[in-house]
Design a binder for this molecule. Structure first.
Ligand code: PLP
Length: 308
């Protein structure tokens, strides 16, 4: 979508500040990352990325959908703008599509007006307002609302807003249970003879364990992937046998969700294209819900047994 709007998007090879810095030039408008990557479970060092980006006069925009503000608050680590898909944990029940933008109000748009002239020069569609003069630290979010949102009409319906707000009331409670359950599942799978590998940043074996402590206090939400022994066929069998887990490509639902990308979302790609997208035949993605842990583990066990 963005290239069609004339916006060049560059993907870094890794999530280190150095990997990202090589892509910044005089036209770069922002550095974008996920606080916890879906589905890789990678955790970038956001504070270091913010320092790097700010030294180039560029803001950092963080997709904080996976941990939510209950577990991670990127603005506290120097990031400028945070967005969430409310479709996931924030709403929590998989009943609405929604999103929000949160402006930390810390980026100095006026100082960097060669890149961000739209905040510090008159806006013709809004009575010539200069957002940095009229709104100060709220310049970005004010413009997002009165220019982008107003002109595209991408506003949430009142009913969906109601559903999301009801979900939000239990966010902190739900996230505690999600994390407890995910930790138990990750440990169970890690020691399972039918499992080749597990990626969950809450596991000590994860290369992102330290960053999970730093950014989520050791509670990196409930999204994990694992490799089932037996490859593609075992993956299909496991996936088909799940009973409590919903076979659904959402994340962050109260209900436990599973996906087998190689036979579903990514099956139209060639094996090489799948590899390039990080999808291997044995990869199963789980997003652990808030059901009783005994029920979750029993379902995983019976599906693994069927895939043996
Ligand atoms: C991390 C993350 N951000 C954003 C989105 C997009 O969500 P939505 O469909 O609510 O726009 C997704 C969807 O999977 C996601 O996983």
């Amino acid at each position: 979508m963005l290239p069609k709007l004339g916006i060049d998007v560059r993907f870094a090879d890794g999530d280190s500040p150095d990997d990202l810095a090589t892509h910044i030039d005089e036209k770069t408008a922002g550095v974008f990352c996920e606080s916890i990557g879906n589905p890789a479970g990678n955790i970038p060092d956001m504070a270091a990325i913010a320092d790097m980006a700010h030294s180039h006069g560029v803001p950092v925009i963080v997709d904080n959908t996976v941990p939510t503000p209950a577990l991670c608050r990127p603005v506290e680590f120097g990031c400028d703008i945070v967005l969430h898909s409310m479709t996931k944990y924030m709403g929590g029940h998989g009943n609405s599509i929604a999103g929000i933008l949160v402006d930390g109000g810390i980026f100095d748009w006026e100082k960097h007006n060669e890149r961000f002239y739209m905040f510090s020069t008159p806006e013709p569609s809004y009575h010539g307002v200069v957002f940095t003069d009229a709104m100060g630290p709220a310049a970005y979010i004010a413009r997002a609302r009165v220019v982008a949102l107003r002109n595209t009409g991408s506003a949430l319906s009142p009913f969906n807003a109601f559903l999301v707000l009801q979900g939000l009331q239990t966010l902190s409670l739900r996230m505690e249970r999600h994390v407890d359950n995910a930790m138990a599942v990750a440990k169970h799978l890690e020691s399972h003879e039918q499992v080749e590998w597990v990626t969950y940043p809450g596991l000590e074996s994860s290369p992102y364990y330290e960053l999970a402590q730093k950014y989520t206090d050791g509670k990196p939400a409930a999204l994990l992937t694992f490799g089932i022994k037996g490859g593609f066929d075992a993956g299909v069998k496991f996936y088909d046998e799940l009973k409590i887990f919903k076979r659904l490509v959402n994340i962050g639902d109260t209900k436990s969700l599973a996906a087998h990308p190689a036979s579903t979302t990514h099956r139209q790609l060639t094996p090489e294209e799948q590899q390039a997208a990080g999808v291997t035949p044995e990869t199963i993605r789980l997003c652990i819900g808030i059901e009783h842990i005994d029920d979750i583990l029993e379902d995983i066990e019976q599906a693994l047994a069927a895939a043996r």
